[in-house]
Write a protein that binds this ligand. Structure first.
Ligand code: SAM
Length: 205
């Protein structure tokens, strides 16, 4: 089994693969390969019409999702101005200006006021806020909509396998509250995977 798990399965267009590598080399946050592969697989299976992404960074995951869902439109939120500008350039490079709405600002504010509905939510922003976002994410998800959250096991700290310093207490506690809330919620069917930094995938019933 392991040999297949380790194989590089990532199917990125060449141009996106090289943009992604540039950001990895520059230390700009980007999904790990296995997590990005899983995200693309689930978006491709779901074939959503409307995707919400929280945490655009330079746009790599957003562009990857649009590449595997030809009918989809994306709304993506980023609070960092220079990453937002970088993402704008990258989405334009792929001709995705019409399919992608990039918003500069705080994801919590957007979630509070939006009345838009989504078929797929990719949660990849501030980990300590996931639990606060959950009620609004549930509200904006359509029936059968999918929530895909990255970093939920945070370096192995969240499931207790790896010890961590006091500085990470708040993030770990908030991620545990988030996972407990989703997995206990009877309106979701969910699973947590030890892929990359830990992924939660949930479908709203
Ligand atoms: C892990 S990175 C996203 C990586 C990106 N999804 C990708 O794989 O290409 C997380 C991003 O969330 C942004 N972020 C953090 N807190 C945020 C908030 N409250 N509102 C909007 N964006 C936020 C950060 O600036 C950072 O760019």
């Amino acid at each position: 089994m392991e040999i297949y798990a380790l194989k590089d399965k990532l199917r990125l267009p060449k141009k996106l693969a090289s943009i992604r590598q540039k950001y990895i080399d520059a230390g700009i946050p980007s999904l790990k390969s296995a997590s990005l592969n899983e995200l693309m697989l689930h978006v491709s299976i779901k074939n959503p019409k409307k995707i919400l992404e929280i945490g655009t960074a330079a746009g790599v995951s957003g562009i990857a999702m649009l590449c595997v869902s030809p009918d989809a439109e994306l709304v993506t939120i980023e609070k960092d101005e220079s990453l937002f500008a970088e993402a704008e350039r990258n989405f334009a490079e792929f001709g995705f200006e019409k399919r992608a709405t990039l918003r500069l600002g705080d994801a919590g504010d957007f979630l509070n006021y939006t009345d838009a509905k989504f078929d797929f939510v990719f949660l990849d922003g501030a980990k300590s806020r996931y639990v606060d976002y959950l009620p609004d994410i549930k509200r904006v998800l359509n029936e059968r909509g999918v929530l895909f959250a990255d970093n939920v096991l945070f370096r192995g700290y969240v499931d207790g396998g790896v010890s961590y310093g006091r500085g990470d207490n708040a993030i770990v506690n908030n991620l545990r509250r988030f996972l407990d809330a989703v997995t206990a919620d009877e309106d979701f069917i969910s699973s947590v995977y030890e892929i990359g930094d830990g992924i939660l995938i949930a479908q709203k019933l």
